[in-house]
Design a protein around this ligand. Sequence first.
Ligand code: NI
Ligand code: MN
Length: 225
Amino acid sequence: MKITFYGHASLGIQVNDVDILVDPFISGNPKASHINIDELKADYILVTHAHQDHILDVEAIAKRTHAVVVSNFEIVSYFEKLGIECHPMNHGGKWDFDFGIVRYVNAIHTSSFPDGSYGGQPGGFVIEGEHKNIYIAGDTALTFDMKLIPLQTKLDLAILPIGDNFTMGVDDAILASDFVACDKVLGYHFDTFGYIEIDHEVAKRKFFEKEKDLMLLEIGDFIEL
Ligand code: NI
Ligand code: MN
């Protein structure tokens, strides 16, 4: 499984020869100006919630690639009206896709479209594929619901927001990594705007002191599990 960071909360995941994008917000992120959305491959686009900083490039990429949008019922209804193929899910449900199993899990946040219309309840994803399991938390507060995840899935990586203000910050992300029983964390949702700028060295040291590993990727860089 290959995981590429496209800035903010945007990820590329390659698993079993399938390309998945998560929450593409790239063309509107000045820090990601070296990433061309017209060159990104996508068989599926996973969307955690309806906020602009998670859906901005979904329509353009889905229409070019014919990727299937996977999200909650309300977000899928929105994209289906634009003529995009979708797979609706909702909280607690899982589906066996051609690349692996996806479960849509709880997040504590809000979810409205840029025009203010209802985007359903926000979520995160647990993906099991190629014998590697990852948790993509989405925008969320620390929540006890995270403790349900390791009852069902032994994670190899937790992708957690660490920018604070709109989501968990570093200290809560450390607790979240305990809750999901995974000490290997990829941080995201930081530095994009002033409200969520963080000190990278302080963040990494705090994880290190708890015998955990916080990875922070440059935009466009990837890790392999
Ligand atoms: Ni959000
Ligand atoms: Mn966000």
